[in-house]
Structure formats: C-alpha cells, structure tokens
Design a protein around this ligand. Sequence first.
Ligand code: PLP
Length: 484
Amino acid sequence: MVTKTIFEKSVKNRTGFSLANSKIKTDVKELIPDKLRRKKQPNLPEVSELDALRHYIEISAKNHFIEKGFYPLGSCTMKYNPQINEMVCTLPGFTHIHPMQPEASVQGALEIMYELQKDLANISGFSQVSLQPVAGAQGEFTGVNIIYNYHKSKSRDPKKIIMPDSSHGTNPATTTMHGFEVVEIKSTDEGKVDLEALKEVVDDDVAGFMLTNPNTLGVFETQVKEIADIIHSVGGLMYMDGANMNAILGYIRPGDMGFDITHFNLHKTFSTPHGGGGPGNGGVGVTAELEEFLPSPIISKKEGKYYLDYSAENSIGKVHSFFGNFAVMVKAYMYIKMLGEKGLKRVAENAVINSNYVMNQIKEYFPVPFHDDIMHEFVASGKNYREYGIKTLDIAKRLLDYGVHAPTIYFPLIVKEALMIEPTETEGKETLDGFIEAMKIISKEAKENPEELKKAPTKPPIARLDETEAIKNLDIKFDFNQEK
Ligand SMILES: *Cc1c(COP(=O)(O)O)cnc(C)c1O
C-alpha cells in the first residue's frame, strides 16, 4: 500500500501540484458519480475462447506482417523483432507498475531506463539521452526545440534550418511546426549534400542543419565534417535524423562525425515492433553542451539509487506524459544487451551486405541512379516500364501477389518512379533470392503482359483499391462471407 504522504510527495515531484490539502478518493463509488455508472449489464456477444481465437487468427492471416513474409519497406526498417523482447516486457514486474509509484518501489524499471540512456549515449557518441519522445518525428520536434532554446540562451533568434532535398518528410514538417523556415538544398549527382549549394545559403540566420546519414537514398554522406564546419562557423547546430542507424551501428557514431543532436528510432534500429503509428520511441541524444535543454526528467543515479532527475534548469519541459513508452524501452534494452557490441556491429554488416546484394542483382532490371556508397537500403527506379504503360505503383502492387510487402514508392522525390528497398539485416539469402526472382518476373510481365499487371494484386483478400476514393470514403468493414 502506498501511504497518502508518499503518494502526495511523488505527485508533487512529478507534476509540481500539491495534493496536501486535497482528499484523495480511493473508493470507485465515490470516484464515479452515480449518474455515470452503468445500470444494467452490457450486451456483449457470447463466444467461446476457441471461436474468438479463430476469428483473430483468420483476420491476422489476411494481413501482411514480418512474421508472414518479406517486408522491404524502405526507410522503415521492418526487421524481425525477437520474441524474447515480448516475453520480457510483459513480465508482471513491468506491467503491474504505475508511473506514479514512489521511486524506491520501481528501482528495476529506473535501472533499465538508466542503462538504456547510457547504452544509447555510447552507441551514438553523445553525452546524455532523453527517452521521452515516442516517435522519430517527436524526437525531431524535440531536437528542433532544443536548437531553438540553445540559440535563445545565447540571445540569438536565427530563423532558418537547412536540409537536403532527399530528406524525409518529417524533417521539414517538424521544423515548420516549430516555426523555423526550411531551406532546401539540392543533392549532387552522387546523391549527397552539395557543398557549393550549401555555402550559397549559409548566413547568420541559420539555426541548424538536418541530415539523415546514411541518407534516404541509402547513400552514406561522406562530408559531414565539412558540412559541420560550415554550419558551426555561423553558430548553427548539426542535427542527425538517426532513423537509419542500423547501417552504422558499432562502426561510426553521429557524435564523432560532427553532429550535436540525434534522434533514435528504437522501433526501427533496436527491434521494437512498429506500423500503424505506434507505440514507438524517438529518444534524443545530445552533446554535453546541450544536456541542460533535454526534456525532464532523465534518469540519474546517486549513492546506488536511481531517481527521476528534474534538475536541468533550462529543460525544454515534457514532450510526453510521464516517461514515454516504457515497454518499448524494455524491448530495446533487451535487444542491445542480448547482441552486445559485437552483435550490434553484425547488424550493420548484414544490413549493408543484404542491401548491396539485392541492389546488384536487380539494377539491370530496375536502375539505381544513386548507387555509390550504398548502405542498408537503395532506391531503384521503375521508369523503364513507363513505355509499356506501367507505373511503379503497378510493380509494387504485383509484389503482393508474390507474397512480398510492397517497397516504399515515390519517395525520395528526387528519383523518378522510385522504389525504395530496405531488405534489413534479419533476412536470409533464400528470402532475398526469392525477392530478386519476383522482381525479374515482374520486369518480364511488365513488357509482355502489362494489362494484367495493372490489375495487380489479385491474390490478397482485397484487390486493388482506388486509393483516393478509399481515403475519402473510409470503409473498414470486411465481409467475411464475400471473399473472392
Ligand atoms: C521513420 C523515419 C522518420 C520518422 O520516424 P517515426 O518514428 O515514423 O516518426 C524520420 N526520418 C526517417 C529517415 C525515417 O525513416
């Protein structure tokens, strides 16, 4: 039992509100007014456990997911998430705790967060990490907010953030949301930041530079030091979008490259499941100079005890209720501890080898305009099939008929008819060969039987939809008696 005083103290610590003079109600009858309480039993369907299970297994089997088939959705890192992560994060010691519990009673949970902060700091070469943001995009927003507050602390008010035309949509979105002006610069023919174009736009009004490395073309940006020197010379900060960190784990660290801030996508790089919008974790790492701006609390340790540390005076505040998605942290912690330093390096090696293997096998059929320094993903083009009336969309849809999730299409914008392919590090050679074979067959079909290809997919439970119509008139009911 938590005594009232400990509870009050812990509420005050976390929220700044004092409950000292309030009466805490604990009886449900007192908490929920009579008029809101149910008067009769709800009319719930009566089904057996077996029937319920069959129902859910049947609908899940109609879906496509990583445990069912290959999922080369570029940028998203749809890799295998080890089952042991799920087992551990659902242990009662984790699921039966509450964020309002006194610190002394949740030392184990705090230790996991503390260790994860430390591991991520080591992996990225930064001095401290906040685990609070719950998505990559929220990590970006947090990072941009830190950039804003850093300049404010120096009595500066620069308005612009620069980024290349290959950047992920969330980069300009989060930057604009914060009120900065986005300055886009073009990439070179190799798909890298154009230093000359950068120099042309750099001035004292630049707050920072945002870069994904490897970038969304799968190309490794080799000139980060030069870019950082230019940006730092006008007082700006370097932000790395860390969504592609599986390509570099254990080999290089953003902190050593010249970046000041990065976000992690624990739900991509560190194998916590994602899709459908969450839950995720977009933790943010920063240099020692920027630590004071991180969201509060971070987890600290004093005299062998872990505690919620609210001491950072210039903290940007909270970006999420309580401490973020804790279960996601447990999974990422498991993954990092299980693989260790050597294992994390092998993640990067396999991610890069798999992607280069697939690229070299299919580039004859689907050219890859930016193919030097390719890392964990690459962007092929379906433009050769336009003359047969076939679009990248048709190619992607046809892959579903071969049991493969469609790659990301029409992104990045700088590749015509883009097919963005990320095999990930967890796929074996047989699966990759199967995918390569399917791509070759589709290439042949596009030339010999384009009309059929335009009807794809024909095998999944729902055939091709008019996507605009489907978004405008959402119909999520599925009639199980009307299968094709
Ligand atoms: C996925 C991704 C993001 C955004 O991360 P979310 O967790 O989906 O918000 C940002 N940048 C890149 C390059 C990504 O692949």
